[in-house]
Design a protein around this ligand. Sequence first.
Ligand SMILES: *[C@@H]1O[C@H](CO)[C@@H](O)[C@H](O)[C@H]1NC(C)=O
Ligand SMILES: *[C@@H]1O[C@H](CO)[C@@H](O)[C@H](O)[C@H]1NC(C)=O
Ligand SMILES: *[C@@H]1O[C@H](CO)[C@@H](O)[C@H](O)[C@H]1NC(C)=O
Ligand SMILES: *[C@@H]1O[C@H](CO)[C@@H](O)[C@H](O)[C@H]1NC(C)=O
Ligand SMILES: *[C@@H]1O[C@H](CO)[C@@H](O)[C@H](O)[C@H]1NC(C)=O
Ligand SMILES: *[C@@H]1O[C@H](CO)[C@@H](O)[C@H](O)[C@H]1NC(C)=O
Length: 233
Amino acid sequence: MANLQPYHPVLATLQCLTLPALLPVAVAAGGNATAASAAPIFLRCGASGVQSDSNNRSWDGDGSSRFAPSVKGVEAAASYQDPSLPSPVPYMAARVFTSNYTYSFPVSAGRMFLRLYFYPVAYGSYAASAAYFGVTANDLILLDKFNSSQTALASTFAYIVREFSVNVTSGSLDLTFAPSPPSSSSGQNNGTYAFVNGIEIVPTPDIFTTPTPSLVDGGDPNPFPWIPPGGSR
Ligand SMILES: *[C@@H]1O[C@H](CO)[C@@H](O)[C@H](O)[C@H]1NC(C)=O
Ligand SMILES: *[C@@H]1O[C@H](CO)[C@@H](O)[C@H](O)[C@H]1NC(C)=O
Ligand SMILES: *[C@@H]1O[C@H](CO)[C@@H](O)[C@H](O)[C@H]1NC(C)=O
Ligand SMILES: *[C@@H]1O[C@H](CO)[C@@H](O)[C@H](O)[C@H]1NC(C)=O
Ligand SMILES: *[C@@H]1O[C@H](CO)[C@@H](O)[C@H](O)[C@H]1NC(C)=O
Ligand SMILES: *[C@@H]1O[C@H](CO)[C@@H](O)[C@H](O)[C@H]1NC(C)=O
């Protein structure tokens, strides 16, 4: 077989709406299984202090966070609260980056869910249409030339949650937000920017790769790796 492709660590990008159903699995299995017992991280960006969302989950501000000790970028408040937002936290504040910035999350090696929350609206003088950016996780491209306002328009949702399953092999998950150069046809010549409202990281046993929940016990390496759609091995 000449054409083996390397295994791609991002398994899936799912719309988040399907996700709450999966979460209890990850959380319930988190107990003291393995590396998966590390606590989930809920970071609300562009804000300081702890606040709860409508599900009573606590979100830490990134303004005073150990994950972003010298966070750059601008703390910005959303100009408008869309009635369809599920909760003001984390959507009503954003951190805006006009140049690259990397958050470093010290996590145990293993698979984790990563959710990125975006509410594309004007943030002060930052127009929604000028948000155009890429996101990488440990050099793996998660989003590229992401036009969040266009994506929201196309989906008819005011907010966007992007979900990734990432296999972290080192001791940290480094998330980089990088403004993309404007495309010549965009009509944007005031500069583009990157932003994010919330970052959620949930360490999880390999539920996508495990035929039975045996990993809850700290189980064996799984002999049946999950093959991504369109992937080949
Ligand atoms: C589970 O956690 C408890 C308390 O933290 C500890 O005493 C126990 O040894 C752990 N069990 C395993 C299998 O790690
Ligand atoms: C929210 O969480 C706090 C602390 O974890 C708890 O005291 C409170 O009862 C919870 N409220 C609701 C409505 O679940
Ligand atoms: C995650 O990465 C580690 C180290 O490269 C590898 O041993 C493990 O099989 C990977 N897990 C999955 C599910 O790909
Ligand atoms: C910012 O990140 C992008 C994408 O990762 C990269 O192409 C670019 O060179 C970076 N810019 C700087 C100044 O590091
Ligand atoms: C993003 O998409 C919107 C809607 O299609 C467009 O008006 C805007 O120019 C785009 N922004 C960039 C930077 O390409
Ligand atoms: C650039 O931004 C300034 C100030 O926000 C605004 O007055 C101007 O119309 C913008 N120019 C373009 C081409 O969008």
